[in-house]
Design a protein around this ligand. Structure first.
Ligand code: PMP
Length: 438
């Protein structure tokens, strides 16, 4: 007689039941559930507070709806049925629609299927995954690399695997949410230093000079909301002085800064001084995913302890193959040309904006923040722009602090000069009546 595992049955702990008995129990349970649900309709909705909070956000004008892309993610494309100059995407090099990446993705799907079928540590490690990791490690000039499902999971999974509750994390105040969440998950003591303030970072370490646990300094390489670059060489000096692990999240620097987009470490020639380098495959690389580069032992440890790696299914063959095609491209003269074009476009766009009276203090990269302050006003600015043919999103709390809302425009290598000039004109026209420029 077939039997059913005890732990699958409601209220039964140890004895074995036949499937017939189990089914009878389940039917009784289901009819009981149904009569309970009838009672529930008269109970108060326990998620009522969510509806109230949502109503409040909508009333304040800070609940923008999702814009829906119709077609490809390109420098000029169609959102919500309207053609706009796209200054909203992280597609820095235009690789989301590059023919080499498309071909690699299609070929991999054809030959290897649509999915990986398991987490990496069970049966979901395909040859492609290993090849991608080797390729990235070589590109970044490090011993080894592990690929995660996203940049978010790379940060959160790594910080929480490497640090524990007896340790200290010293973190820039504008670090990305995935670093903050990883730090919280680690249960380490978290101390925050003022943005890019190396002295403040050192002050914290001096105050914790007899801290018994491990210490980590962590910073974004390029800050996603301000477009400024971390003072990496100086932070490395502090890390070395106080015996800290040094970690950099290069999500917005990969494919953007350094030779051929090799990142902040390459930009500052800090090779060998950063123990943990995180990058994303979802922005300049044009696909999806994240990675961690470091020593062979660090990566082997993450294979065993980074929870998103252990507990979430690996990339589809198409994703891994497209990422490989992207790195092959970056590692070629064509890739270097794209990175140069990105920087040339950034120069043009910033020059055109400055001519029209915009200021974007701090930005050193293709991320151009236009500070507005009030969130509702920032959303109104963004809406006006959209109606006039430019898509640049407003960013408010919780992505940035309350009262520091802004418009964030991102330049790509794929923009044409005339599109950037036209976008600057439209930005100026929308900004004037709102008092954002004089
Ligand atoms: N770090 C930073 C600085 C980011 O801006 C982002 C994306 N917003 C991430 C990590 C996460 O990357 P992904 O989109 O690949 O999860």
């Amino acid at each position: 007689m077939n039997s059913c595992p005890a732990d699958a049955r409601p209220g039964v702990q140890s004895e074995e039941l036949s499937f017939e008995e189990f089914n009878r129990t389940s039917i009784r349970q289901r009819s009981q559930d149904m009569s309970e649900s009838a009672v529930q309709t008269t109970r108060q909705n326990p998620l009522q507070y969510v509806s109230e909070q949502l109503k409040d956000l909508r009333a304040k004008g800070v609940a923008p709806k999702l814009r829906i892309l119709d077609g490809e993610q390109k420098p000029v494309c169609i959102f919500d049925g309207k053609e706009v100059i796209n200054l909203a995407s992280n597609n820095y090099l235009g690789l989301t629609t590059h023919k080499a990446l498309r071909k690699a993705a299609v070929d991999a799907a054809k030959t290897l299927g649509a999915g990986a079928g398991a987490v990496r540590t069970i049966a979901g490690t395909m040859q492609l995954h290993m090849q991608l990791e080797e390729q990235i490690a070589k590109f970044k000039n490090v011993e080894a690399c592990v690929v995660f499902q996203s940049g978010f999971t790379a940060n959160a999974g790594t910080v929480s695997a490497v640090l524990g509750k007896e340790d200290l994390i010293v973190s820039d105040e504008l670090n990305h949410a995935s670093i903050i969440d990883g730090a919280r998950l680690s249960r380490a003591t978290i101390k925050v230093f003022k943005h890019k303030d190396v002295k403040d970072c050192e002050r914290i370490l001096q105050e914790h000079s007899d801290f018994p646990g491990k210490k980590l300094i962590i910073t974004d390489g390029v800050f996603s909301m301000d477009g400024d670059i971390a003072p990496l060489p100086q932070l490395c000096d502090v890390a070395e002085k106080y015996d800290c692990i040094m970690m950099v999240d290069d999500a917005h620097a990969s494919g953007v800064l350094g030779r051929g987009g090799r990142g902040t470490i390459d930009h500052f020639n800090c090779h060998g001084r950063v123990h943990i380098q995180v990058g994303t495959l979802s922005k300049a690389i044009g696909v999806m995913g994240g990675y961690v580069c470091g020593s062979r032992e660090l990566i082997d440890f993450l294979y065993l302890r980074a929870r998103p790696f252990l507990f979430s299914t690996s990339h589809t063959p198409a994703t891994a193959a497209a990422c490989m095609a992207a790195f092959s491209l970056l590692d070629s003269p064509a890739g270097e040309k794209l990175v140069k074009k990105l920087w040339a476009n950034t120069k043009v766009f910033k020059r055109e904006l400055k001519k029209r009276g915009f200021q974007f203090k701090g930005s050193e990269t293709p991320i151009v923040p236009i500070h507005v302050g009030d969130a509702a006003k920032a959303f109104e600015f963004s809406k006006k722009l959209f109606d006039a043919g430019v898509f640049a999103p407003a960013v408010g709390y919780p992505t940035v602090a309350e009262g520091k809302a802004r418009l964030r425009a991102i330049v790509s290598a794929g923009h044409k000069k005339e599109q950037l000039v036209k976008a600057a004109d439209i930005l100026a026209e929308a900004a004037k009546p709102l008092g954002i420029i004089g």
